[in-house]
Write a protein that binds this ligand. Structure first.
Ligand SMILES: NC(=O)c1ccc[n+]([C@@H]2O[C@H](COP(=O)([O-])OP(=O)(O)OC[C@H]3O[C@@H](n4cnc5c(N)ncnc54)[C@H](O)[C@@H]3O)[C@@H](O)[C@H]2O)c1
Length: 387
C-alpha cells in the first residue's frame, strides 16, 4: 500500500480521491493517467488516501467523503468508499493573506508558533506512516531559500509559506522515522527548485518532485514551441489567455498569487526556443459561470523561409482539475517506486514531463514530447518501468 496525505482538500484533491476509487472499482478507464499502459513496479491500486489537511473552516473537521461530494456534486459520481476520516486543520504560515476573502480560515498556527505546528504535523505524518504527500493547496506567494540555514531561521520566525511548511514537516517525519517520504509539489511554490529543500530531502533519503503540475495549455505550448524551434522558425510573439471559474482562478485574482503562476508558465519560452520571444502567458480572469472547464486561447506568430509570417491560433476548453488529478495518480506511484530504488533529492526526468517548472533549480524546461521519451528510458534503466 502507498499511504498518501493530501494537503489542500480542493477540487483537484477531490478528483484524485474519487477518481482513484473509481479506478479501483474499474468504473472508469485510466484515461488521463499518462503511464497507465506501462507496467510500473507500483500499481495505482496500491494508492490509499490516509489523511487530508485544509484551512477552510467549512472543510476542517468534516469527513473527507462529505467534502469531496460537496465539490463534485453533479460533476462525476462519487463512489461510497471515498475515505471518511476528518479533514485536519493545516497551517496558514505566511501565505494566508487574501484567503479569508474566499472562505473563513483557520490554522493551527493561529494558536501555536508555526514551528510547533509544523512539528505536530510531522508527528502525524510519521504516525500515519505516510509515504507520499501531495501538495494541492491554493497558489501562494513564496521565494526559494537557497540554503538550509536560511530556511531553518525563517521557520523559527514563522516566515515560510504554507507549502514550504508542509514540505518541512514531511522532511522532519522522514528524518525522525528513518523512513523515506516523497513530497509531490503540484503548485508553483519553488521546492524542487529550491536547493535548500532538495538538500534536506537528500539527507533524509527522501524525494521532492515539482514544481507546479503541467496540465492544460503549458505542455501544449511547450510542444508547439519545440515544433517551431526544430524547424528554425523565428517566433515573433506568443500570447496565451486562460479564463476559469474554479476557486483556483479566484485565488489567482489576488495579485501576488497570480505572479507565481506567471513565473512558472513563462520559463517555458526561453528554455525551449533558446531566446526570450515577447510573450504574455498567465491566468487572465475569473468568471464563475465558466466553471472548471477553463477557456484557453493562444496566438503564436513566427517568421518562416523568405521572411514570410505565419500564425497559429488555438482555442480550447479544458477540464482543469481532473487533468492534474490524473497526473497525480501516476506521480504518487512513481514517487513510491523511485524511493524504493533509492532515488533521493529530486528527479529531473520525471519533473521535466509532469511539471511546469521542473526542478532542480538549474534544470531547463523541455518539450513534453521529448521529456516523455527521456523519462520512459530513465524509468526503464532504473527498473521502475519493467515492461
Ligand atoms: N489543472 C489544474 O487544476 C492545476 C494545474 C497545475 C497546478 N494546480 C494547482 O493545484 C492547486 C489546487 O488546485 P485546485 O483546483 O484543487 O484549487 P482549490 O482552490 O479547489 O483547492 C485548494 C485547497 O487548498 C486549501 N488551502 C489553501 N491554503 C491552504 C493551507 N495553507 N493549508 C491547507 N490547505 C490550504 C483551500 O482551502 C482549498 O481547499 C492550486 O495551487 C493550483 O494552482 C492546478
Amino acid at each position: 500500500m502507498i499511504r498518501v496525505a493530501v494537503v489542500g482538500a480542493g477540487l483537484v484533491a477531490s478528483h484524485y480521491a474519487a477518481g482513484l476509487q473509481r479506478l479501483k472499482r474499474a468504473e472508469i478507464e485510466p484515461y488521463g493517467v499518462p503511464l497507465a499502459k506501462f507496467k510500473v513496479i507500483k500499481d495505482y491500486v496500491e494508492e490509499e488516501v490516509v489523511s487530508a489537511y485544509d484551512v477552510d473552516a467549512n472543510k476542517v473537521g468534516k469527513p473527507l467523503s462529505e467534502v469531496v461530494k460537496r465539490q463534485l456534486e453533479g460533476v462525476v459520481p462519487v463512489p461510497p468508499d471515498v475515505p471518511d476520516f476528518e479533514v485536519r486543520e493545516g497551517v496558514l504560515a505566511s501565505s494566508g493573506a487574501g484567503l479569508d476573502k474566499m472562505f473563513p480560515v483557520r490554522g493551527r498556527d493561529q494558536k501555536l508558533p508555526l514551528k510547533e505546528a509544523v512539528e505536530e504535523i510531522a508527528k502525524e505524518f510519521k504516525s500515519d506512516n505516510v509515504n507520499v504527500v501531495l501538495n494541492l493547496i491554493s497558489t501562494e506567494p513564496a521565494e526559494p531559500f537557497g540554503d538550509e540555514g536560511k530556511l531553518a531561521k525563517a521557520l523559527e520566525r514563522g516566515e515560510v509559506s504554507a507549502g514550504q511548511a508542509y514540505a518541512f514537516a514531511a522532511y522532519l517525519a522522514a528524518k525522525d522515522s528513518g523512513k523515506p517520504v516523497a513530497f509531490i509539489n503540484l503548485i508553483p511554490t519553488p521546492l524542487a527548485n529550491d536547493p535548500a529543500f532538495v538538500k534536506l530531502y537528500e539527507d533524509a533519503n527522501s524525494l521532492v518532485l515539482g514544481d507546479d503540475g503541467a496540465t492544460g495549455a503549458t505542455p501544449l505550448t511547450a510542444d508547439l514551441l519545440e515544433h517551431l524551434a526544430e524547424r528554425n522558425r523565428k517566433v515573433r510573439y506568443i500570447v496565451q489567455f486562460n479564463i476559469g471559474g474554479n476557486t483556483d482562478f479566484l485565488a489567482l485574482t489576488i495579485p501576488e498569487r497570480n505572479l507565481m503562476k506567471e513565473k512558472t508558465k513563462s520559463s517555458v519560452v526561453e528554455d525551449i526556443l533558446g531566446y526570450d520571444a515577447p510573450h504574455y502567458i498567465k491566468p487572465t480572469g475569473y468568471v464563475e459561470a465558466i466553471g472548471d472547464r477553463k477557456f484557453v486561447a493562444m496566438d503564436i506568430e513566427w517568421i518562416t523561409f523568405n521572411g514570410l509570417v505565419d500564425e497559429l491560433i488555438v482555442n480550447m476548453r479544458i477540464n482543469d482539475s481532473p487533468a492534474l488529478a490524473g497526473l497525480a495518480v501516476d506521480l504518487v506511484r512513481l514517487a513510491a517506486a523511485l524511493l524504493e530504488k533509492g532515488v533521493k533529492g529530486t528527479f529531473y526526468d520525471v519533473n521535466a514531463f509532469f511539471m511546469k517548472n521542473p526542478g532542480p533549480k538549474e534544470a531547463r524546461n523541455k518539450a513534453r514530447i521529448k521529456a516523455y521519451y527521456d523519462m520512459i528510458s530513465a524509468l526503464r534503466e532504473l527498473g521502475v518501468i519493467v515492461e
